[in-house]
Write a protein that binds this ligand. Structure first.
Ligand code: FNR
Length: 362
């Protein structure tokens, strides 16, 4: 049967993938309260559409850190995409550039920065996990820069891995025929099996728990790429991120895979946008599955959104074709939402086009 929305790919992926892989992609942390809330919170935001506006031409283009994109729908970093499909990150990179948008490559990709660059032109960001060994980090950042990546998304919500119980039950580990390609030559590309989650053990062994604001400044001494701080959900940290030199902020709860019972990202967005005071762009990821979700995020002040799971699920179902289709469906839904709300360009999307449960009655 024809796939008509992004969410439908999840069930197809579940059928196709080994349980260990599907569970790793799908799961959230602990009670998975935030996982549900990331979706539910969108459904509590309603539209205030404007009518009788000429919507015969809709412009969804925008610039992200100065780079022109066809739409404000970008690809979040998700690890180990070759578990979903043999083409893995190559397919995602090609689909993103065909759609005229940006892919963020995970540190823990199963394809290296050089390999992804070799797929052809495209605007790409590199997601960074900071390892205890700072030489490893410096080398990797240099390689990403040389491979033409345009920005760093520094993930700041993962000093330890969240407790994902499915991964513990499944003894999740990277299948032995794959490696974390960026780390292959550094002897950090393999993941051992553990008595619980192999990934949690890997993180405990390699990732630097001491990471702090001064390191955001340190990162700026080793690269000229702009830094997006990924994983901010409070006003306090927004101000600190800007002070530390962030070029932008990604409001993210890591797809509800880290601390459970943090609010949905769409609920935290406005607080961050207000604290940023327009000094840097604010982005959002978490639970975006519809064009209406994209519109709601922009109405609350986001400059763009990133999608995570829809990419790995569509990749599992149909490879590059699937990822292309996800981007196309979200584009069309977003365009339709703009038309039905009376907006012909992104700057016409305003806070008055939505109403939230925390708004005062009019
Ligand atoms: C992630 N995410 C993630 N984030 C990151 O900074 N580095 C990474 O390697 C990964 N890997 C990863 C794997 C998988 C399977 C998922 C589902 C998520 C988090 C990701 O970038 C993003 O924040 C969320 O996926 C957004 O939420 P949705 O769109 O999945 O609901």
């Amino acid at each position: 049967m024809e796939v008509t929305n992004v969410t439908e790919y999840q069930a197809i992926a579940k059928e196709k993938l080994p349980k260990m892989v599907y569970d790793y992609y799908a799961s959230g942390a602990e009670d998975q309260w935030t996982l549900e809330e990331n979706r539910n919170a969108f459904s509590r935001i309603l539209f205030r559409p404007r009518i009788l506006i000429d919507v015969s031409k809709i412009d969804m283009t925008t610039t992200i850190l100065g780079f022109k994109v066809s739409m404000p729908i970008l690809i979040a970093p998700t690890a180990m995409q070759k578990m979903a499909h043999p083409d893995g990150e190559y397919a995602t990179a090609r689909a993103a550039s065909a759609a005229g948008t940006i892919m963020t490559l995970s540190s823990w990709a199963t394809s290296s920065v050089e390999e992804v660059a070799s797929t052809g032109p495209g605007i790409r960001f590199f997601q960074l996990y900071v390892y205890k060994d700072r030489n490893v980090v410096a080398q990797l950042v240099r390689r990403a820069e040389r491979a033409g990546f345009k920005a760093i998304a520094l993930t700041v919500d993962t000093p330890r891995l969240g407790r994902r119980e499915a991964d513990i039950k499944n003894r999740f580990t990277l299948p032995p025929f794959l490696t974390l390609k960026n780390f292959e030559g550094l002897d950090l590309g393999k993941m051992d099996e553990a008595n619980d989650s192999g990934l949690a053990s890997y993180v405990a062994g390699q990732i630097d728990r001491t990471l702090s604001w001064k390191d955001v400044k340190w990162l700026q001494t080793i690269t000229t790429m702009p830094i997006l701080v990924k994983g901010v959900i409070t006003a306090e940290d927004t101000r600190l991120a800007i002070q530390a030199g962030a070029a932008g902020i990604i409001v993210s709860n890591h797809g509800a895979r880290q601390l459970d019972y943090v609010p949905a990202t769409i609920s935290a967005l406005e607080e961050v946008v207000k604290a940023a005071q327009g000094r840097v762009p604010v982005f959002l990821d978490g639970g975006v599955r519809r064009g209406t979700d994209v519109f709601k995020a922009l109405a609350l002040g986001a400059s763009g959104i990133f999608i995570g799971r829809p990419v790995v699920f569509s990749l599992a179902a149909e490879g590059e074709t699937g990822v292309r289709k996800v981007l196309q469906m979200l584009r069309e839904e977003f365009e339709l939402t703009m038309a039905l709300s009376g907006c012909t360009s992104l700057k016409e999307i305003t806070r008055d086009h939505i109403v939230t449960e925390w708004d005062a009655p009019r």
